[in-house]
Design a protein around this ligand. Structure first.
Ligand code: 291
Ligand code: CA
Length: 161
């Protein structure tokens, strides 16, 4: 007969093997639902997911839409994140989309919502130009370039999760 200690270890081993099987199946199921969820209006980049709402709103309403969904407006922090957003803008074909980035606190200085300085930008040539002295929000165009615009303009809503 196995000693109580050996029997205990054997039981633990069976439990670990069962857990490994369960985690493996969960990973497979999760990958499947990720694909389903991102088709056709979402893009996953690392831990981030961008998803378009499919409609246009003023900046403040767009901000609320994303916050209510538990997300926020997009803060692309690298070229790869910018490209994912660009793909969504192109695919949706409803014109440019809002970014989270604004120049509310310091005219001419664009920041993330918390006020942190930008770690990445992709301004179109000559932008930001604060046209008319009232462009404190930012759009990403179908070519991926950024332009400052009035926050009262209506743009495609994409949220970041
Ligand atoms: C021109 C440029 C931009 C400016 C834009 C605004 C957009 O780009 O002068 O710097 O931000 O016009 O007129 O304003 C609104 N309300 O959309 C046009 C194309 C990007
Ligand atoms: Ca501008």
């Amino acid at each position: 007969f196995p000693s109580p200690r050996k029997a205990y270890i054997a039981a633990l081993r069976r439990q670990v093997e069962a857990l490994q099987g369960q985690v493996g199946r969960l990973q497979g199921d999760f990958l499947q639902y990720k694909k389903v969820e991102l088709f056709p209006n979402g893009r996953g980049v690392g831990q981030k997911v961008f998803k378009t709402a499919g409609f246009v709103k003023h900046f403040y309403e767009a901000q609320q839409v994303c916050a209510q969904a538990g997300g926020q407006l997009p803060s692309p922090r690298s070229a790869i994140e910018k490209e994912a957003l660009q793909q969504l803008v192109e695919a949706e074909d409803k014109g440019a989309a809002f970014l989270s980035i604004t120049a509310f606190w310091t005219e001419g200085t664009f920041t993330y919502p918390g006020g942190e300085p930008l770690v990445y930008s992709n301004w179109a040539p000559g932008e930001p130009n604060n046209d008319g002295g009232k462009e404190h929000c930012v759009e990403i165009l179908a070519n991926g370039k950024w332009n400052d615009i009035p926050c009262g303009a209506k743009r495609l809503v994409i949220c970041e999760f």
